[in-house]
Ligand binder design. Structure first.
Ligand SMILES: Nc1ncnc2c1ncn2[C@@H]1O[C@H](COP(=O)(O)OP(=O)(O)OP(=O)(O)O)[C@@H](O)[C@H]1O
Ligand SMILES: [Mg+2]
Length: 245
């Protein structure tokens, strides 16, 4: 994977000028812009110097992977190349923002994905924002169940599902949860990428963690997330899945 992180194929040689554009959002690692040519698309660029900063602060055994390893855009693009995304090429965008590859921008390499919008065409609300306003209401419980079903069926691998990395796309029934950050594996040994059993296990663990996190989001938060997370235990796979092994 590390060697693949270094390779970038751009959609064209054109450099998109983002210098005068205002990002519609930003996270710890990236700035998110509406694509100047297509309002349905989002371009993400790294915060200036972010990969360099993470690289120099890392322990020596990680330094050897080079700066590309600390580039969230490159890691995310590599995660889109996982076999389960290819297997679900036509449908993965129901719950994961579709990725279109790379563009050159005045702020560096840009990764292009669908921009998930609300009914007014504005960038959609995150699950974190929704929960703080409405709690775990029936609409969102339904949306969470649909996401869980999708992950169990597609076996698309994600890191821990953070509520600020899921956004709410409106649909006829209520909402469709779409992952806009956090695809891939954070583990060093990618067993889940090549074994159905380990993929199922990985997904069950992520889902149990997600339900645990949702309960905390809507709790009084008298115990910090850090302390709460320390008590999380994966209770294993369901007996039906285990019996099919
Ligand atoms: N494709 C998208 N459609 C709609 N909103 C988006 C999209 N991508 C990102 N956002 C918004 O921008 C915010 C930051 O984006 P993103 O999570 O990709 O940045 P990051 O720096 O990688 O985040 P983190 O802090 O989790 O590392 C998201 O929380 C979300 O509100
Ligand atoms: Mg994020």
């Amino acid at each position: 994977m590390w060697s693949r992180l270094a390779i970038i194929h751009y959609q064209s040689d054109r450099v998109i000028d983002l210098a005068d554009e205002t990002p519609f959002a930003s996270g710890d690692n990236r700035l998110c812009f509406r694509h100047p040519d297509d309002e349905g698309l989002c371009i993400k660029v790294l915060h200036s110097g972010r990969a360099k900063q993470l690289h120099s602060a890392s322990p020596f055994y990680k330094k050897m992977f080079g700066e590309a390893y600390f580039d969230d855009n490159r890691r995310e693009y590599a995660a889109y190349q996982q076999p389960a995304v290819a297997r679900n090429e036509c449908t993965y965008d129901q719950h994961v923002a579709r990725c279109y590859g790379w563009v050159r921008t005045t702020l560096g390499d840009g990764l292009v994905t669908d921009l998930i919008a609300d009914l007014n065409g504005e960038p959609a609300q995150t699950l974190e924002e929704y929960l703080s306003e409405h709690g775990l209401d029936l609409l969102i419980q339904d949306a969470v169940s649909n996401l869980a079903l999708f992950l169990r069926t597609s076996l698309i691998l994600t890191k821990n599902l953070m509520p600020h990395n899921l956004v709410l796309a409106p649909n006829a029934q209520g909402y469709r949860l779409v992952l806009i950050d956090g695809l891939g594996l954070s583990t060093f040994l990618p067993l889940a990428k090549y074994s159905q059993y380990f993929a199922q296990r990985h997904i069950e663990k992520r889902l149990q963690w997600f339900y645990f996190r949702l309960e905390w989001e809507v709790s009084d938060r008298s115990i910090s997330w850090r302390d709460t997370e320390a008590t999380f235990r994966f209770s294993g796979m369901s007996p039906e899945v285990e019996s099919k092994r």
